[in-house]
Design a protein around this ligand. Sequence first.
Ligand SMILES: [Zn+2]
Length: 214
Amino acid sequence: MILETFPVGPLACNCTLMGDEEAGDAIVIDPGDEVGRIHRRLTELGLKLKQILVTHAHIDHVGGALKLKKLTGASIFLNENDLPLLKMMDSQAAWLGVQAPETASPDESLTDGLAVGLDRYPAKAIHTPGHTQGSICLHFASMKLLAAGDTLFAGSIGRTDLPGGDFDQIIDSLHSRILALPDETRVLPGHGPGTTIGEERRSNPFLQIQGREN
Ligand SMILES: [Zn+2]
């Protein structure tokens, strides 16, 4: 299998390309920017892109999705609760002082429990609101791998001070959904180095905080 994660764009969003060289297909997670580079890599590897999976609608994660779709014909998956953020692309671009990328509504909502990914490398979406209302993580259970978007980082968690953010909610999401995963699960965060669930359970200061009572 092919699994490549590389930072794209000025905010260094981790873009992940996962491919099955036997089947000749691939998925891309969070093509925030540098679509030419992502597309070149798919071409070099001879892989047909099946799905564009977006963990949330912040510009640094979703910015290149439509361009990549136009180049490859792949469908875009994004949780519907982030549609308001997607419609705010002009303001998001203004925060960064960059030009707003063209966006379009996703082809399918990346709802909780939705099965996505490749035949041999399937994933399930886990809705983890808090960083944004539509934030999701992708769990590749058979590979013991989690693409966490901006919900969980090595030693930190996603910021909750932007529109749609909610600190209590991200803490709840982490405790109820993410810490339920086995310790050996490798985590690919939306920014920065990789980690594991076990390492974060032990040492991430934010995971020592209990969520609100439900
Ligand atoms: Zn974000």
